[in-house]
Design a binder for this molecule. Structure first.
Ligand code: NAP
Length: 333
C-alpha cells in the first residue's frame, strides 16, 4: 500500500484510509461486532494504517469498536477521532441552538472518554467535528494545543470548516488536515478550500468519497433505504434525484470499462489524482468491498483521462442537496 503525508508535521498514512462510521451508525443498525473486528484487522493486514471514527458515531460504540479491534496494532496505525457535539442531555439542559459544543472545558472533558474507549495514551489525530459558532476557533485551537503539550493528542484537524476559520485556527495551532465532503458529486471544496490548504501545507481527507455509496453504481432509484438509514432523509437520495444523477455513474462506468476497474474505483482514483496530499476514507462494512476500494490505488488516470472526466462531469448537473437543510447550516463551507 502506498503512503501519503498529511500536513507539515509529516503524518504518514496509507493512501486510502477506512471510514468506520457505517459499522456503528448512520447507515442502518450497528453491524455485528465480531464481524467488524475481523474487518478492521483484515484492513490492517492489507496495509490500511488510517482509521476514521468520532465520539458521536454510536455514540461511543464506534470508538469502543476501534479500541478493541486495533489494540494489537498500537503504534502501527493512525486513529483519527472527533469532538464537538453536545450529548443530547446537555442540549436539553442548556438549550444550545444546534447541539454543538466546542467549549474548552467540554473538549478537555471528552478527550478523556475518547482516550479510554480507543485504549490509547494519545489520540493520533483529533478533529473538531463541526465549527461551533458559539466558541471562537482560536479558543478551540488553543485547547487542542494544550492537549498536544500534555501529550494527549498528536495532531489537530478540522472538519467542514471554511477557509477563514482554517486560517485562524492554523495561526494558533498547526492544522494537520481538514476533513470535508469531496467527490465527483460534491466539488465545493475546489473553490476556496483546496487552494487554502495548498497554501498552508495542510492535508485533505475527503469524507463520503463514494458519494455515500451512490458512485459505486450499486444503487439506483429502486434501492430501498429504510428509516434507520440516514440517506432516507437526504434530498440527493430521493428516488427522482437518484434517477437524474445516474448520468454521473454512467461516466464512471465508461472509464471503469476502459480501465478494467469498477465505478467506485474510478471515483476514488479521481480523488487521489487531484493532489498528492489527499487521502480519501471510503467506508464499508464488507471485506470484498474493502478490497475493491483499496484496488483504486492501482488505477492510473492519465492527464487525458482527467481532462475527459472534467469535460463531461462539468456538464452534469447534480440533483438534490447533499444534506437536509438543518444539517447543511452546520457546515462552515
Ligand atoms: N467529518 C464528517 O462530518 C463525516 C461525515 C460523513 C462521513 N465521515 C467519515 O467518512 C467515512 C466515509 O464516508 P461515508 O461512509 O459517509 O460514505 P462513502 O465512503 O462515500 O460510502 C459509504 C457507503 O458506500 C458503500 N460502499 C462502500 N464501498 C462500496 C463498494 N465497493 N461497492 C458498493 N458499495 C460500497 C457502503 O456500504 P457497505 O458498508 O454495505 O459496503 C456505504 O453505504 C465515514 O465512515 C466516516 O468515517 C465523516
Amino acid at each position: 500500500m502506498q503512503t501519503r503525508t498529511l500536513g507539515a508535521g509529516g503524518l504518514a498514512v496509507s493512501a486510502l484510509g477506512l471510514g468506520c462510521m457505517g459499522m456503528s451508525w448512520s447507515y442502518g443498525p450497528p453491524k455485528d461486532k465480531t464481524e467488524m473486528i475481523a474487518l478492521l484487522r483484515a484492513a490492517v493486514e492489507r496495509g490500511v494504517t488510517f482509521f476514521d471514527t468520532a465520539e458521536v458515531y454510536g455514540p461511543y460504540q464506534n470508538e469502543e469498536l476501534l479500541g478493541e479491534a486495533l489494540a494489537p496494532f498500537r503504534g502501527q496505525v493512525v486513529i483519527a477521532t472527533k469532538f464537538g457535539w453536545a450529548p443530547a442531555s446537555e442540549q436539553e439542559a442548556n438549550g444550545r441552538w444546534n447541539g454543538l459544543n466546542s467549549r474548552p472545558e467540554h473538549i478537555k472533558q471528552v478527550v478523556e472518554g475518547s482516550l479510554k474507549r480507543l485504549r490509547v495514551e494519545f489520540i493520533d489525530l483529533y478533529y473538531q467535528h463541526r465549527v461551533d459558532p458559539a466558541v471562537p476557533i482560536e479558543d478551540v485551537a488553543g485547547t487542542v494545543k494544550d492537549l498536544i503539550a500534555e501529550g494527549k493528542v498528536k495532531h489537530f484537524g478540522l472538519s467542514e470548516a471554511g477557509a477563514e476559520t482554517i486560517r485562524r485556527a492554523h495561526a494558533v495551532q498547526a492544522v494537520t488536515t481538514l476533513q470535508s465532503e469531496y467527490s465527483l458529486w460534491y466539488r465545493e471544496p475546489e473553490k476556496e478550500i483546496l487552494p487554502t490548504l495548498e497554501e498552508l501545507g495542510i492535508g485533505f481527507v475527503p469524507f463520503s468519497p463514494l458519494g455515500k455509496g451512490f458512485l459505486t453504481g450499486k444503487m439506483d432509484e429502486n434501492t430501498p433505504l429504510d428509516a434507520t438509514d440516514f440517506r432516507s432523509k437526504v434530498p440527493r437520495f430521493e428516488p427522482e434525484n437518484r434517477r437524474a444523477n445516474q448520468s454521473l455513474v454512467d461516466l464512471l462506468n465508461r472509464f471503469a470499462q476502459q480501465k478494467q476497474a469498477t465505478p467506485g474505483q474510478i471515483a476514488l482514483a479521481w480523488l487521489l489524482a487531484q493532489k498528492p496530499w489527499i487521502v480519501p476514507i471510503p467506508g464499508t462494512t464488507k471485506l470484498t468491498r474493502l478490497e475493491e476500494n483499496l484496488g483504486a490505488v492501482g488505477v492510473n488516470l492519465t492527464p487525458e483521462d482527467l481532462s475527459e472526466i472534467e469535460a463531461t462531469a462539468s456538464n452534469i448537473t447534480i440533483h438534490g442537496a447533499r444534506y437536509p437543510a438543518e444539517m447543511e447550516k452546520k457546515s462552515g463551507l
